[in-house]
Design a protein around this ligand. Structure first.
Ligand SMILES: *Cc1c(COP(=O)(O)O)cnc(C)c1O
Length: 293
């Protein structure tokens, strides 16, 4: 049986049209691609990225990396519990060792993930072969299958192609919030002719276009599909929010009865409302927003 069979995900995820006057008045149709409904215990796009890696790990422990509030660590731990394979999480911040775990890490631990805390300078250098080998030894996981921070490698990007394929013929633009760019890289490659993908980075820094292109070359051998970024909606960077963003998200929840996750999805939807107001989408354009969590 495949991993997908055991997890019993809801795929393709639902696509729902919502009536919102901020889009209607420009003749734009807003659709929500509900990847948050794929599985109750797994963040949607993290699930799409993990499945091909779980298959490649073939039962070996899966070791990966993240900060103290990483959605990717949580999804990996949950998948390990559901599918019965060991997981090891290398967590940024030596000072966290021995302290009570925050709710996110407590969930990881409850799902059976072994947590290994490292200092920030080692964490920064984790991709260097000697540093990685030392980390694996110290974590007692020399034979682990290693997934990079954020879960984006070539296999993960290929896994996200299905997100684009599910939307073929059903929308003109697909917008997604970006952390590493892996989801956007796969999504864009899966879309059909005449469709385009728009990424809204939640991190500040302007490195994401190069990184998304690099991930596409790693996954597919070349850049693929029609995609672009709008870098204006990070609200100060990863994990940063403002009262205006929270008010926007609460209002969207009231209007549409959909929970709006604040660190990625709220920034995406805010950006789309702004773009519609700017006239960025022609009349009749169907815009699908990926609700990743
Ligand atoms: C990780 C994450 C993303 C971004 O995915 P990337 O592939 O890293 O760009 C978007 N939304 C949510 C809710 C996430 O947890």
């Amino acid at each position: 049986m495949t991993s997908a069979g055991i997890l019993d995900p809801r795929l393709p995820s639902p696509l729902q049209e919502v009536a919102d006057d901020r889009f209607d008045r420009h003749g734009v149709r807003l659709l929500l691609k509900r990847d948050d409904l794929i599985h109750p215990d797994l963040i949607g796009n993290k699930w799409r990225k993990l499945v091909p890696n779980i298959e490649a790990a073939a039962g070996r422990p899966l070791l990966t990396f993240g900060g103290a509030y990483s959605n990717h660590l949580r999804a990996t731990a949950a998948a390990g519990r559901l599918l019965g394979f060991p997981t090891v999480g290398v967590v940024r911040g030596e000072e966290l060792a021995g302290r009570p775990l925050n709710p996110s890490l407590a969930r990881c631990a409850a799902d059976g993930m072994r947590l290994h805390f490292v200092d920030r300078s080692t964490y920064r250098r984790k991709a260097e072969p000697e540093v990685l080998a030392g980390l694996l030894r110290a974590a007692g996981a020399q034979h682990a299958y290693v997934v990079p921070e954020g879960g984006s490698n070539a296999a993960a990007v290929r896994g996200c192609r299905a997100l684009g394929e599910e939307l073929r013929g059903r929308t003109d633009v697909v917008a997604v919030a970006c952390g590493t760019g892996g989801t956007l890289a796969g999504l864009a490659a899966g879309l059909g002719a005449g469709q385009r993908a728009l990424g809204v980075p939640v991190l500040k820094g302007g490195f994401l276009a190069a990184e998304t292109a690099r991930l596409q070359v790693a996954a597919f051998g070349a850049r693929s599909g029609d995609w672009s970024l709008d870098e204006r909606f990070h609200f100060g960077g990863y994990g940063r929010t403002t009262p205006a963003l929270h008010a926007f998200a609460a209002d969207f929840e009231d209007r549409h009865g959909v929970r709006v996750e604040r660190l990625y999805v709220a920034k995406l939807l805010f950006g789309l409302v702004e773009l519609a107001a700017e006239g960025a989408f022609g009349r009749g354009t169907r815009v699908a927003a990926v609700v990743t969590a």
